[in-house]
Ligand binder design. Structure first.
Ligand SMILES: C[S@@+](CC[C@H](N)C(=O)[O-])C[C@H]1O[C@@H](n2cnc3c(N)ncnc32)[C@H](O)[C@@H]1O
Length: 253
């Protein structure tokens, strides 16, 4: 499936692999039609302690501005560069995929205190949005910003799904964040990717997460008897994902 790169880890049960590195380099190397669904959530360009630093960081030339060891650091990635990169990655993922790309993001209000707000729809291919799911997390953080507590995120299903298994869901999902992946600051609840995978793929299909983090999408895919490909730039998160995938994931095709 991959041309040049060696997986960092291959599942002993033959269900998938994890690549350690930058998705901008690895994703283009996937063969056309290598995937049936992507489920992913990028860094939001607002709290970037998990973006990495040094040679492996996403902007190595800015490494001197970053704090090592998971601390906070100045938020100086240009937003237009961020949006262009995000759009490009969605387009590349779509070109590799027989189905949809499910992309999680949120509205960022009064971004970096500039007063500007950014809505993900402004950089996504809006002509190609199959549906928008509102993820109601049930709670949020507020800094007394004179607006109601923001408790929602969005999942954009982009491109026509390969398949549709009607499991009786609406476009509003109330799912509290869970604590299954201590060690990662912003892991999905497993139920979130599991719902998308159950709806939009069949057993044996391949699911990609190109910002894999703690591997929640990969764990959900494996549980449902789907193959998985994960890409993650931070070795410690690759290792976390591997330990989760090793922990007795029961395959239920
Ligand atoms: C929002 S988190 C994803 C969390 C994931 N959904 C989970 O459940 O754990 C984004 C992840 O993207 C990773 N990342 C950032 N830049 C990357 C890049 N260029 N290539 C691959 N991974 C990257 C970060 O290290 C982080 O783990």
């Amino acid at each position: 499936m991959m041309n040049l790169l060696k997986p960092y880890w291959t599942d002993p049960q033959g269900m998938g692999e994890i690549y350690l590195g930058d998705c901008r380099e690895i994703l283009p190397q996937l063969g056309p039609g290598a995937l049936d669904l992507a489920v992913t959530s990028p860094p939001y360009n607002s709290k970037k302690q998990w973006w990495g630093s040094g040679a492996n960081g996403i902007f190595p030339d800015m490494a001197h501005k970053f704090t090592r060891g998971g601390g906070w650091y100045p938020d100086e990635v240009p937003e237009d560069e961020y949006q262009a990169r995000e759009r490009l990655l969605v387009d590349i993922a779509l070109s590799k995929c027989s189905g949809s790309v499910c992309y999680n993001h949120k509205v960022r209000y009064a971004f970096k205190r500039t007063g500007r707000s950014y809505h993900p729809i402004s950089w996504l291919p809006d002509e190609n949005i199959w549906c928008e799911i509102i993820w109601d997390r049930g709670s949020g953080v507020t800094f007394n910003s004179r607006r109601p507590v923001v408790a929602d995120e969005r999942i954009y299903v982009i491109g026509r799904p390969k398949t549709y298994n009607n499991i009786g869901l609406t476009t509003v999902w109330r799912l509290p964040p869970d604590n299954e992946a201590p060690g990662h600051p912003c892991a999905f609840p497993v139920e979130l990717p599991a719902r998308l995978i159950a709806m939009f793929t069949g057993p044996g299909d391949t699911v990609l997460d190109y910002y894999a983090g703690s591997g929640t999408t990969l764990v959900a895919a494996k549980k449902l008897g789907r193959r998985f490909i994960g890409i993650e730039i931070e070795q410690k998160y690759c290792d976390l994902a591997i330990s989760r995938l090793r922990q007795g994931v029961l395959i239920t095709p």
